[in-house]
Design a protein around this ligand. Structure first.
Ligand code: F6P
Length: 324
């Protein structure tokens, strides 16, 4: 292997730049060339490449977003799109690829590897933390800190006005952000896609907390929670059933995906990038690098997509006890 390309794909996450830097610097350390591909697989199809070296990635470890830009490419889902992408890789004498992204990006990588036998290693980059084979995806820790900081601020106004706030956090299919930010910010209730705790339970809990002397409360709701109601409908439902509550809604949205990465995400990105390049140089492929028991370990890329990263139900219990 003489030249490795790196791309970022899917929703951006804090730490992607630190991972790009790590891949490029590791290539430089082993004296092989590195290339950045803009806009994920779409840029691969269009041949939108840039030669990188150790100095091209100066001063990006602290930057949010991704200097290589990101996209969700529909063309890469077609055989023709993937053929065009392969042609560009060959023309540019690229021997292997590091894909930084989530499960959608890895699915594209697996198909591409099967079709063209092209060496690929994945780095898990998504704030959702919904990837098997790693306890932490890149950006999850930063997103949690961002969400907790925002909820702390909401708590100030909730408590000043004796209000109940519903705060929606990201997580279309996964409740990792909701659960961890909810416990970290001291939420009364946490609603996640993985567990249907029922609306009655939420009403009972809110009633009980009023009785116990709490004057304000926060309910953290994941985007994809299981109640069948969105966060505004939930707020209406509570206002109808518990008229003693003055209810407001706050949707945190994409702010959770931005910002300077936490130290944890920067260190993780640096470690994952080194291992990704080293695995490729050892001739390994179709793997994802992840954090397991605080060591960087490879997992089969297909397993990373298909395996289920289970939510820690113990945290739900902790949350219950804390809202006593
Ligand atoms: O996958 C990361 C994520 O932030 C999800 O939590 C969220 O549902 C989705 O991306 C939003 O995607 P988009 O930026 O395309 O609206």
């Amino acid at each position: 292997i003489k030249k490795i390309a790196v791309l970022t794909s899917g929703g951006d996450s804090p730490g992607m730049n630190a991972a790009i830097r790590s891949v490029v610097r590791t290539c430089a350390f082993y004296k092989i060339a590195s290339v950045g591909i803009y806009r994920g697989y779409q840029g691969m199809i269009e041949g939108d490449f840039i030669n990188l070296n150790a100095r091209s990635v100066n001063n990006i470890i602290n930057k949010g977003g991704t200097i290589l830009k990101s996209a969700r490419s529909t063309e890469f889902r077609t055989e023709e799109g993937r053929r065009k992408a392969y042609k560009h890789l060959k023309e540019n004498e690229i021997d292997a690829l590091v894909v930084i992204g989530g499960d959608g990006s890895f699915t594209g990588g697996v198909v591409f590897n099967q079709e063209f036998n092209f060496p690929i290693v994945g780095i898990p980059g998504t704030i959702d933390n919904d990837i098997y084979g790693t306890t932490h995806t890149l950006g999850f820790d930063t997103a949690l800190n961002t969400a907790v900081e925002a909820i702390d601020k909401i708590r100030d106004t909730a408590s000043s006005h004796n209000r109940l706030f519903f705060v929606e956090v990201m997580g279309r299919d996964a409740g990792f952000i909701a659960l961890n930010a909810g416990v970290g910010a001291g939420a009364e209730e946490i609603l996640i896609p993985e567990e249907d705790l029922g609306l009655d339970r939420m009403l009972d809990s809110l009633k009980a907390s009023r009785k116990s002397g709490k004057s304000s409360s926060i309910v953290v709701v994941a985007e994809g929670d299981k109640t069948g109601k969105n966060v505004f409908e939930l707020a209406d439902y509570v206002e109808k059933n518990l008229p003693e509550y003055d209810v407001r809604v706050s949707v945190l949205g994409h702010m959770q995906r931005g910002g300077s990465p936490s130290c944890f995400d920067r260190v993780l990105a640096s470690r994952l990038g080194v291992k990704a390049v080293e695995l490729l140089l050892e001739g390994k492929t179709n793997l994802m690098v992840g954090l397991v028991n605080n060591k960087i370990k490879p997992t089969d890329l297909e397993k990373a997509i298909k395996g289920h990263h289970k939510i820690d139900t113990e945290l739900l219990r902790v949350s219950d006890i804390m809202s006593t």
